[in-house]
Design a protein around this ligand. Structure first.
Ligand code: CTP
Length: 418
């Protein structure tokens, strides 16, 4: 069995640039999350950012002095040293002005000077009013930055500074940090290998209604599927995420399709899958549904067993495999297994892979209490083409997501780009 690289990394240096917008206060949360993820963070705010958050806050949270201009610490040539030492630059929030100065290659403060010096990956998380984001000048600046290899996230849609809402909100701090960690840990191996590819991911757990207040459900949080969507978007894919009953916010740039029960999920998959290069079935789908969900709440009637008749739901993964022509799309299934007297977790996984006929099967051992409602996961990835199984050790769900994307990418050359 091949072992995927472990997530253990030496202390990596992140330069967190903060430009002057109201969302600058969220940079404090991003800083804390980056440090909890094990990064050594130096904050470089613009002068305008310090109108929103004081240098003392950034210094206390980062443990490093905060400098904004190139005339401080001149003997050590701070802008060159700061840029050269960084393993990753994250700018959050990135205002319209910062995007413009970065696109023009200006160097009129420490942050922009550092951007010209660094050869590390740069991740920018814009935040501004909708009108500024959609202005042709900003659109052109973002396009230019992306062409040069800067990862510019799409802003989120939601409440803006005032009472208004729309596109322009800073992406969620945990999404920015998850993307940052993907770039940091795999910067030599985070290719844009999924550019032009369309990937459909299902996530969450279906709920099969019994009556207006009850349902048959499961413990899936959706975190693994959302992590896969984020990893695929980071590598340039166009991602659609069918999410069953999750409260998670879609990663920036991902199109979200909310569903409730298995049949809704099935019809969303059958509508969307034919246009996809890969489909990842991470959702936990109920195998059974109540035969006739009632419009009124079911009352106790004192009889045992309770009046519950079940029907079998369609096997969506199996249907996908049977419906495809040739090798497109690449199809990835998941299997939550427990070992028993009939075989080990891997034995059950191998049997499921051949039963379902998918290209990859991500096998979780759920006996160990892993997989559900937590941020970490471990799995073995089995391949239908006979490639060695890949053992992914316990680590963040984003790490497993990255290995799944590697495997999809390995299989995609066999699939014509759409
Ligand atoms: N799946 C599906 N349709 C279903 C049930 C499951 O497409 N009605 C998909 C899941 O999204 C997952 C894979 O099938 O990718 C395996 O799910 P699992 O529940 O482990 O498999 P089952 O076929 O239900 O097998 P078991 O008898 O072990 O429950």
């Amino acid at each position: 069995m091949t072992s995927a690289t472990s997530e253990a990394t030496p202390m990596l240096k992140v330069l967190l640039g903060v430009s002057g917008g109201v969302a600058a206060y969220k940079a404090c949360e991003i800083l804390r999350l980056l440090r909890s993820a094990g990064a050594d963070v130096t904050v470089v705010p613009t002068r305008a950012a310090l109108q929103f958050v004081g240098a003392a806050t950034f210094e206390a949270l980062s443990g490093h002095e905060v400098v904004t201009d190139v005339f401080t610490d001149v003997p050590n040539v701070a802008h060159v040293a700061t840029g050269q030492l960084a393993d990753l630059v994250v700018i959050a929030p990135a205002t319209a002005d910062l995007l413009s100065r970065a696109a023009a290659g200006r160097a009129d403060d420490l942050l922009t000077a550092t951007l010209l010096v660094t050869r590390a990956p740069v991740l920018m998380a814009p935040a501004m009013h909708t009108e500024m984001w959609t202005h042709p000048a900003t659109v052109a600046n973002v396009r230019l930055l992306r062409e040069r290899g800067t990862f510019v996230l799409d802003p989120a849609v939601g409440r803006l500074t005032g009472a208004d809402s729309g596109v322009g909100r800073l992406p969620e701090p945990d999404h920015i940090v998850a993307m940052a960690m993907l770039l940091l840990r795999r910067r030599d191996a985070l290719p844009r290998d999924l550019v032009g590819r369309r990937i459909l991911v299902t996530a969450g757990g279906t709920r099969e209604p019994l009556d207006p207040v009850r349902y048959l459900g499961n413990r899936s949080s959706g975190k693994q599927g959302f992590a896969i969507a984020l990893a695929a978007v980071a590598r340039g894919a166009q991602v659609t995420l069918i999410a069953a009953n999750t409260s998670l916010v879609a990663p920036p740039g991902v199109q979200l399709v909310p569903v409730g029960d298995a049949r809704e999920l099935a019809s969303a998959v059958s509508e969307l899958a034919p246009a996809m290069d890969a489909v990842v079935m991470a959702a936990a789908i109920a195998d059974f549904r109540p035969k006739s969900p009632l419009a009124a709440k079911i009352k106790k009637n004192g009889t045992d067993p309770a009046p519950l008749e079940l029907l079998t739901n369609p096997d969506i993964l199996l249907g996908l495999v049977r419906a495809r022509r040739g090798s497109s799309p690449v199809i990835v299934g998941f299997a939550a297994e427990t070992g028993d007297e009939h075989g080990s977790v891997l034995d059950h996984g191998r049997a499921k892979l051949s039963r379902k006929g998918c290209d990859l099967l991500v096998v979780n051992d759920v006996q160990a209490g892993r997989g559900f409602e937590v941020d970490e996961n471990a799995a073995v990835i089995l391949a239908g083409d006979g490639a060695d199984p890949i053992d992914v050790p316990l680590g963040p769900k984003t790490a497993l997501a990255a290995v799944i994307c590697d495997q999809i990418s390995r299989l995609l050359p066999n699939v014509n780009a759409r």
